[in-house]
Design a protein around this ligand. Structure first.
Ligand SMILES: *[C@@H]1O[C@H](CO)[C@@H](O)[C@H](O)[C@H]1NC(C)=O
Ligand SMILES: *[C@@H]1O[C@H](CO)[C@@H](O)[C@H](O)[C@H]1NC(C)=O
Ligand SMILES: *[C@@H]1O[C@H](CO)[C@@H](O)[C@H](O)[C@H]1NC(C)=O
Length: 746
């Protein structure tokens, strides 16, 4: 019969595969040939190893250095069900990268540098259930990118830089249960962004920049039971603001709410719990017609328990709603639980009438009906349903005309335009994103982008632009993200900013800018992120940045600065991230970061050839600091870091610490820190390579015993300025102990 030989064939195929498994394990990986797991963790791999056993089911490649995942990278291992590529410096996923992985159910791409997801990037993942893309650099997702993922039930896009969700962006996710968009910068959500997601149970939109509720977009989510909207700057929840047929739990905590309409939830009949904690609510009206409502959390609101709050109080008693709220006033009731009061004790007398401070409801803008005509320039592909037109790499020399009027995304990459004439994009009033990378552009003519009233993203990377006329951006005043990296600028294109009042993010990496002059950013009052990595900057003038009062992120790494530009940091009250890596800064003096000490959280000082840091270099910095990168430098010691109590990441690798008693304060600090630090001794020779944290060299230091006795360290020696004394080769302190531990550490 048929089965006999076929079965035999299968068995022998499996047998061969199993044998192959034991034979083909890549040298640097660990292969479990029983469970078919392969792990190649932190091996600095630059590509997926080619000799992974074919029958492998789980592959763990965390912590490698795979910048590009090429098409077909996993074709030799088609049985994979789980693939982990976290922290691999992935920047790009080429078309068909995961082709052949029809059994994959779990794909983790978190903590990489992925900026784009194209539809073809995720081709072939027809069984995928969980896709983790958090902590990447996604600013934009093309509609249709997820359209092949019909079995996905969890999509995590948290901690990216998404600003806008276009219509139909999640189309095709027919079984999705939880969509996580937390910690992005979302401020616009198109009305059909959540269309076609009937199975979605939970939507997380917390920690974004929404200023009003996307009521209409949310109303498409008929099956969603939990909605997380906390930490958005919304001040008011209006009538019928939440229209979600199945919603049970609603999180509106930590916003800026001053008022919630008594009819806010009337269109969400199943609502059970509303979390309003940490807002600015003083009074609520009875929330009529919310028959299922059982819990309201109002802790952290300045609730005034006067007669104005009495109707609410009477309502919660009658409707048996649990309310967690403390009275902030009037004086006699301050600190009382609202629930424990009697409503007759809630009196008015001389208190400001409620109406005076209730804001009037803003009216949400409504989108006019679409007028998409079915047209498209020759040779291009237009998808009016996705509002997406594409003429990438068509050998074009002129910008085509005649795109559908509803186009939101226009992709013109890899053509040869050389120059962009005035008014090149007529009729594209709805365009949000324009791609002109790699188009050999040398010239942008005045008013080139005129009429693009909604343009938010403009990509001009990898061209040969060196100057920008003031009027180039006239008529594109919504432009927020401007990509001019990899061009020919030798100075800041300062003229450009006068027509860009909403500029938010400016990319000028890898140009040839040699200095930042005074007023170089004038006009860019809304600018938050400036990227100047890889230029030739030798000097930043004191008033170069001062117009950009909102600046949060400044990347000046890979330049030629010889000192920290302390003076130029004045007047930047919200700067939280400063990158100075790979500048030839040998010395950091006193109070180098003091002007931004109240806001700075992330500081990159790695790979600079730093020889000395003054003991007061970090003056003013303290608990707010989250990340400090100092790896790969040449100093021997470190200033006192005890005030850095909020650190999440600190990197002290590849610093030749001189491990003698002068370093004891650092050692003690590391001992108490619950983080990996990576500090190793560079000298004296006997202890070279030992971890500072484990080195026995400190046990003979005066005061070592105190460490164990007390946690307060009243006697702690002040950190020494390193370089005060260069380490002497002859020092033998703790040599014996050091020898003792060296073996066990290797
Ligand atoms: C990792 O590989 C890169 C390039 O292949 C190399 O420059 C770097 O030194 C390697 N790092 C380590 C820790 O091996
Ligand atoms: C209300 O929220 C606060 C803050 O998160 C929390 O501590 C408290 O337990 C919550 N109350 C209830 C009843 O859930
Ligand atoms: C870029 O433009 C400069 C003049 O601005 C020109 O000298 C150079 O050849 C151009 N480079 C390329 C690759 O086109």
């Amino acid at each position: 019969m048929m089965w006999g030989p076929l079965g035999l064939l299968l068995v022998s195929a499996l047998f061969t595969a199993r044998r192959a498994a034991t034979e083909r394990c890549p040298r640097i990986c660990l292969c479990d040939n029983v469970k078919y797991h392969v792990a190649c963790l932190k091996k600095n791999l630059t590509e997926v190893p080619t000799t992974i056993p074919q029958i492998t089911q789980k592959l763990d490649l965390r912590g490698n250095n795979i910048k590009v995942i090429p098409g077909g990278a996993f074709l030799p291992i088609p049985y994979l069900t789980h693939l982990n590529l976290q922290k691999c410096n992935v920047e790009s996923i080429e078309e068909g990268a995961f082709r052949g992985l029809g059994r994959l159910v779990y794909l983790n791409l978190a903590s990489n540098n992925i900026a784009f997801i194209y539809q073809e990037s995720l081709d072939g993942l027809s069984s995928l259930q969980q896709l983790i893309l958090e902590k990447n650099r996604l600013e934009e997702i093309k509609p249709g990118a997820f359209s092949q993922l019909g079995f996905l039930n969890f999509l995590n896009l948290g901690e990216n830089f998404l600003v806008f969700l276009p219509d139909m962006i999640f189309q095709g996710l027919q079984l999705i249960k939880w969509l996580r968009l937390s910690h992005n910068a979302l401020h616009v959500i198109a009305t059909e962004a959540f269309a076609g997601l009937p199975t979605l149970r939970r939507l997380s939109l917390d920690h974004n920049e929404l200023q009003s509720l996307p009521t209409e977009a949310l109303s498409r989510l008929s099956g969603t039971t939990q909605l997380d909207l906390g930490h958005n700057p919304i001040t008011y929840i209006g009538e019928e603001a939440i229209e979600m047929a199945s919603l049970k739990q609603l999180f509106l905590d930590n916003m800026a709410l001053q008022d919630v309409s008594y009819k806010a939830f009337v269109k969400s009949p199943l609502l059970h719990t509303v979390d309003l904690h940490n807002n600015q609510l003083q009074v609520l009206q009875p929330l009529m017609e919310a028959a299922h409502l059982k819990n309201i959390n109002m802790t952290g609101n300045p609730v005034v328990c006067t007669c104005y709050m009495r109707p609410f109080k009477e309502w919660i008693e009658k409707a048996r709603v649990r309310v967690d709220a403390l009275c902030a006033g009037p004086g006699a009731l301050r600190g009382e639980q609202l629930e424990s009061l009697r409503s007759i004790d809630m009196k008015c007398g001389g208190h400001v009438p409620a109406e005076e401070w209730l804001p009037s409801p803003p009216t949400p803008p409504r989108e006019p009906a679409k007028d998409a005509k079915k047209r498209c320039p020759d040779g291009c592909a237009c998808s009016p349903d996705f509002q997406h037109s594409n003429c990438e790499n068509r050998g074009l020399q002129k910008i085509p005309k005649g795109f559908p009027g509803n186009t939101q995304l226009l992709d013109l990459r890899r053509n040869e335009f050389h120059s962009i004439p005035k008014g090149s994009f007529p009729g594209l009033k709805k365009l949000i994103s324009l791609h002109l990378q790699n188009c050999k552009i040398t010239e942008l003519q005045p008013r080139a982008f005129q009429g693009l009233k909604k343009l938010v993203y403009l990509y001009l990377s990898n061209n040969n632009i060196s100057v920008i006329d003031a009027a180039v951006f006239e008529g594109a005043s919504q432009l927020s993200y401007l990509y001019l990296d990899h061009n020919g600028f030798t100075r800041m294109p300062r003229e450009a900013f006068s027509f860009l009042p909403n500029l938010f993010s400016l990319h000028l990496q890898y140009n040839s800018i040699s200095q930042l002059s005074d007023n170089d950013l004038s006009g860019a009052g809304q600018l938050r992120w400036v990227y100047l990595t890889g230029n030739r900057i030798t000097r930043v003038f004191p008033r170069a940045l001062s117009s950009a009062k909102m600046l949060e992120k400044l990347h000046l790494d890979e330049n030629f600065l010889q000192e920290v530009p302390t003076g130029s940091l004045r007047g930047l009250p919200v700067l939280s991230e400063l990158k100075l890596s790979k500048n030839p800064i040998k010395y950091i003096g006193d109070a180098a970061f003091l002007p931004v000490a109240r806001s700075l959280q992330h500081l990159y000082l790695d790979n600079m050839g730093l020889e000395q840091i003054s003991s007061r270099a970090f003056a003013g910095l303290g608990p707010r600091m989250k990340n400090l990168y100092l790896e790969h430098n040449k100093m021997y010691n470190m200033p006192d870091l005890r005030s850095f109590t909020g650190l999440e990441v600190i990197n002290l690798r590849d610093i030749p610490f001189h491990c003698d008693c002068q370093l004891l304060p650092l050692r003690r600090w590391i001992d108490r820190l619950n983080l990996r630090v990576g500090a190793t001794c560079g000298s004296p020779a006997e202890v070279r390579g030992q971890k500072v944290k484990l080195s026995a060299v400190f046990k003979s230091c005066p005061g070592w015993g105190m460490e164990k006795a007390s946690r307060a360290h009243p006697d702690e020696v002040k950190a020494k300025t390193q370089g005060e004394r260069r380490p002497s080769k002859k020092k033998k302190a703790g040599k014996a102990q050091a020898r003792g531990t060296r073996k066990s550490q290797v």
